[in-house]
Design a protein around this ligand. Structure first.
Ligand SMILES: NC(=O)c1ccc[n+]([C@@H]2O[C@H](COP(=O)([O-])OP(=O)(O)OC[C@H]3O[C@@H](n4cnc5c(N)ncnc54)[C@H](OP(=O)(O)O)[C@@H]3O)[C@@H](O)[C@H]2O)c1
Length: 316
């Protein structure tokens, strides 16, 4: 039996990395084993992964030495950053640089970097259609990821740049689900006009990443983008109505209104949705669900995901 290839997974106790660890564990004959990176090796999720056969090691992406140790001996690494834990693009870029350098030092053969577009390549800071945020970004949590791609190339890491999409899980965890309107009806609110929002079940990101590791060389040096289905607000609302058995409307608001909402990051998300709206041809065009399905044959569409998760959607 050839020795199994170790995939070291950053964010393994979270959404993207967790999906990848489960994909590896669910395919015991696939030739890979999972190394779970966590700041808390005694946490419940880490212990559960250990029980299921994963190796668990301590690492913090803000501690470069811990990354070097955690990546040592790995064939592949999955790298992701956690913008919403700190709201700092500079910190995200420093973390990406540390991961790239640690992967190079460890001689890793395949890195997947979970990235997104640097929107300033489409909307320069001088473009006033949306405000500039934190002094030098249009969509800080996208721009910082895209602006970090070069760290992996500069370090000489054999990298696949994996551009992800909006998680449908945001309808459960991020307060984006149907809400009661002043007239008593239920609606989902997005500043997308009649444009499509590419979305994906967060679990499917890790499954697609596993597909990329399995295919290996053909994806090194490539930028790929994934989604489970690209739907307009009206189409999302129609599927909510059908699956939840309640009338749910699409409340389309201007991006300015979305940016003014009273939650942290509303300006960043308002700009993000506006980017996806204004550049629909590019953004949705780059995310073809049939490509994601070629990596992950069990890729869910929105109706399948919602049917599985309908009881978790918080309804007022
Ligand atoms: N929400 C969306 O729609 C969406 C869509 C596309 C991309 N994204 C991006 O996805 C990224 C987050 O990924 P996710 O959703 O998979 O995260 P998540 O579910 O929030 O996972 C966070 C996990 O990462 C670990 N973590 C946090 N800080 C860490 C650190 N300093 N060092 C090591 N591990 C750390 C934590 O593990 P331990 O506590 O075990 O250490 C935690 O379990 C964000 O940057 C976001 O912009 C989100």
């Amino acid at each position: 039996m050839p020795e199994k290839k170790v995939i070291a997974v950053v964010g393994a106790t979270g959404a993207q990395g967790g999906g990848l660890v489960r994909a590896i564990l669910n395919d015991p004959d696939g030739g890979f084993t999972a190394r779970v990176l966590t700041r808390d090796v005694n946490g419940a999720k880490a212990k559960e992964f250990s029980r299921l056969g994963a190796e668990v090691v301590a690492a913090d992406i803000d501690d470069p030495e811990s990354l070097k140790k955690a990546f040592a001996g790995a064939y592949g690494v999955y790298c992701v950053t956690f913008f919403w834990a700190h709201f700092s693009p500079e910190r995200e870029m420093a973390e990406a640089k540390s991961m790239a350098e640690a992967a190079k030092a460890a001689g890793v053969q395949h890195v997947i970097w979970s990235t997104l577009e640097d929107t300033r390549n489409w909307v320069p800071l001088s473009d006033n259609r949306m405000p500039t945020l934190q002094g030098k970004y249009k969509v800080p949590h996208l721009d910082a990821k895209g602006a970090s791609d070069h760290f992996f190339t500069d370090a000489g890491c054999p990298t696949t740049f994996l551009r992800t999409s909006f998680y449908w899980d945001n309808f459960i965890h991020f307060g984006m689900g149907p809400q009661k309107m002043p007239d008593g009806t239920l609606a989902i609110t997005l500043p997308m006009d009649d444009k499509k929002l590419p979305g994906i079940a967060a679990e499917d990101i890790g499954k697609c990443a596993y597909g990329i590791f399995k295919k290996g060389a053909e994806f090194i040096g490539k930028t790929v983008a994934i989604s489970g289905e690209n739907l307009t607000g009206a189409q999302l609302a129609a599927i909510f109505t059908e699956v939840l058995g309640k009338d749910i409307h699409y409340n389309s608001v201007p991006p300015d209104v979305y940016r003014s909402f009273d939650f942290p990051g509303a300006d960043d998300l308002g700009n993000m949705f506006q980017f996806k709206r204004d550049f629909e041809d590019y953004y949705s065009g780059a995310r073809n669900p049939s490509f994601a399905r070629s990596l992950n044959p069990s890729l869910q569409d929105f109706k399948t995901w919602l049917t599985q998760n309908k009881n978790a959607i918080p309804l007022e």
